[in-house]
Design a binder for this molecule. Sequence first.
Ligand code: SF4
Length: 468
Amino acid sequence: MCRIFIQGKIHPEIQVGMREIPLNDKEIPSLSIYDTHSNNVHPIRSAWPKPAKDLTQRQAAQKGIITPEMEYAAIREGVAPEIVLKELMSGKAVLPANRKHPECEPMIIGSKFLVKINANIGNSALGSSIEEEVEKMRYAVKLGADTVMDLSTGKNIHETREAILRSCPVPIGTVPIYQTLERGDLSWENFRDTLIEQAEQGVDYFTIHAGLLKDYIPLALKRTTGIVSRGGSLMACWMQTNKQENFLYTHFKEICEILRAYDIAISLGDGLRPGCIADSNDEAQFAELKTLGELTKIAWDLGVQVLIEGPGHVPLNKIKENMDLQLELCHGAPFYTLGPLVTDIAPGYDHITSGIGAAVIGMLGTAMLCYVTPKEHLGLPNKEDVRTGVITYKLAAHAADIAKGNEQALLRDKALSRARFDFRWEDQFALSLDPELARSYHDESSHSKFCSMCGPNFCAMRITQKML
Ligand code: SF4
């Protein structure tokens, strides 16, 4: 396995890193696959030309300009840059790349492209250090996280984020309301200053709970688990205490002006996402979704790229309604969901309960899946939990890509199956999502033309080969 670089044609100054897997296979001698990992994180975008008048990627697309970022993302996806431009222009995709995060390797999130995954990291008041969080980020990206959200709520939020941003090749997202509280009271002025502080550092997308309105709070309070989003519960409590409308809603245009100046994407938060199966697809959830649709148009008109966040806890039979309504109410803006978890009864296994829902909603058109780790509902994930969460979600995203007929995804499966049938173990490991684990399991049996599962006389593939 090695990293190769593909030069841009429209923008020859760009060099797109891909992972090349050489194979001992005449039909598929090698495979170049999308690679989030980089051993050499540096400000690659600093020397690239910028669109005139500091246009956002959305505004550039609307003017028909293919930026270096668009071509970079297109090469990674194996599609023509015009497809990236078209999807950005219509708002059906986003390319989160703050001008102040030059280390970020551009990528695109939209239903026409490979399904992406996000890994959450960040400290809490009860644990972790800057070094541990940077290490978690590096590990998540190495395993294939397409974006990382720094959800720190503990000490040194600014310094932790700075260390993460300067060594991170993927877009970084945050929920700025967390640091607002660390800086002082929950007020519009304090929130605005937090936004600018984070924008200057280079955060690529912000989760902002602007769609949770005062009128929706009673709907949520009669639920089984009320409001389960941290940002949502904080804003709802503020509204109830101050008897005022959500200031993220009343100041939404000012927020968009700040975001446009840096080309930061907005991820419209689902503060009223259902926190259990009993609350799924309820009035509170869909009332907020409708408002997110209205805000999408305002943000688009101001040149800002938009993602829509989604649930949560949803049983399998109600997932399609979520996807259909999101597309209808939010005008095709990319959906970014947390799972969803398809049952509530498996704490300790919620990477699996949510991975099932994630694969289904990904197949239906969700563009990015936010990972869930085995620690969900139980504690702060450590490095090993990050590993489990990322691999589970790469699996869910890949399963969705296959179901959508993505050729890159299908070819990788074919290459792996050919390696498996030929007993080319090293090729099989190199093509797998978690080569280290696959190799270590095989080493326990270490046979070349069969494995300890069936043994030499019952190895079905070996028997079939004798028949050829
Ligand atoms: S022994 Fe069984 S599991 Fe192992 S390679 Fe052969 S068919 Fe597959």
